[in-house]
Design a protein around this ligand. Sequence first.
Ligand code: ASP
Length: 350
Amino acid sequence: MKIKTTLTMLTLALAGTFTTAAANAETHEQTDREKPIALVIHGGAGTITRANLSEEQEAAYHAKLEQALQAGYAVLEQGGSSTDAVISAIQVMEDSPLFNAGKGAVYTWDGEHELDASIMDGATGNAGAVAGVKTVKSPIELARTIMDKSVHVMLSGDGAAQFAQQQGLAEVDNSYFDTDHRYQQLIDAKETIRKSEQPEQQAWRYLDLDYKYGTVGAVALDQSGNLSAGTSTGGMTAKRYGRIGDSPIIGAGTWADNNSCGVSATGHGEYFIRYHVAADICARVKYQNQTVEEAGDAVIHGVLEQAGGTGGVIIMDAQGHIATPFNTEGMYRGYIRNGKVHTAIYKDED
Ligand code: ASP
């Protein structure tokens, strides 16, 4: 039964790229391979529609997603670990102003950038996370360094920055993360909140209607059959000083377990924390024998939607089955498997 639902899931996941017959052939090729390797990424979810993006912007997103996929996949092909592949893919997106991570991160209400990231190794259950750093060039690298070189799982603020310095990680001025379009988003968000004449908590609901999240994430499966997942973000535009979202919370924004799946999330973080979205999806795979698509749909279109939470996830299990559910207009996303790259932006694309 699980085989049947898995086939259905892959057929659905690949619809739009392949015919049904071709998708099933792809399924067999995938599951028959002795050591499948694969990588799935996202660059954020939200109100992303064709009306909102020019052709040039569309092309730029596709190109950058593909570059990130190729960077991570090269690591996997050379026999590198899933953790190294996740880092490589995410760093391409952190370095790009297109995404809300690293360069191009959103602004806090006070006009600064505070970055969060996390990574989890599905073979060992080890994890590293960082919250609220302002001067670390690659937050995902710091999360990995915390996982590998400290006795802790999560560091925040000044203590995290100090640890990064001690470990020799690249440091930048906070203004390195500046971009004009994110600054404009801050101005617009403040305007929306002010105009709503509601207390802050209510005002955020108005903001949510037109929100483009933009966090980045990756899940990789390496030649040893190990999964890793990672997420990096600037958080949410106009967030309060000190606010921490789901991205650095293990179980909320990131999760990986070889016995179930790997997940990276993007969306309104407060909901992803409250419903421990990433871990919930993998728990359904592990304990209820659900496919990644069934589990992802149940949480993103069921639990999260009912609660009023918006966003999406990328999911992959240890056989390389992939699902990318989201309940927003769009989600920048892509995967590479058997050397074939697929990238997508809008709801109707797969
Ligand atoms: N989930 C992130 C946060 O709440 C935002 C995003 O996905 O862009 O911090």
